[in-house]
Unconditional design. Structure first.
Length: 142
């Protein structure tokens, strides 16, 4: 079972982020360009929140606000669930399922070192299951 650190080593540790003072429209453009559903909000080197498509839908669209005139800090989720490098995919799947989140920043101490999505964890789980199946088939067939 791979650790978060191993998954990040394979995936890459690139973190897409915006400033809390960015306007929501710019954050949405970045998310669309990078084909991601959430962006981390970083001030200096500190993780201060996350802005997701859900935040946008509930806090801008439904309230009739302007994406151009609204700052990310006004709609971001400030209490961010996060992962540690030593955790495993099943641990993160359980956390993400119970807390209904699809993106987890990875913190080592207080340093942001990456981000994993539910899609990353599903891919890892499938890969691990395929490996086990191949091993069992090899064992059965000799």
């Amino acid at each position: 079972m791979k650790t978060v650190r191993q998954m990040l080593d394979a995936k890459g540790a690139e973190v897409i982020s915006v400033s809390p003072d960015s306007n929501v429209l710019d954050a949405l453009r970045l998310m669309a360009q990078r084909e991601i559903g959430a962006v981390l909000v970083v001030e200096g080197t500190q993780l201060v929140g996350i802005m997701s498509e859900r935040d946008y839908a509930r806090k801008v669209i439904l309230k009739g606000k302007s994406s151009q005139d609204t700052k990310v800090r006004e709609i971001m989720t400030e209490r961010v669930m996060y992962a540690r490098p030593e955790q495993t995919a099943p641990e993160l799947m359980a956390l993400m399922t119970s807390k209904r989140v699809r993106h987890l920043p990875v913190l080592e101490g207080d340093r942001l070192v990456g981000v994993l999505s539910i899609g990353d964890l599903v891919k890892e789980t499938i890969s691990e299951q395929e490996f086990i199946i191949r091993q069992l088939e090899n064992y059965i067939h000799g």
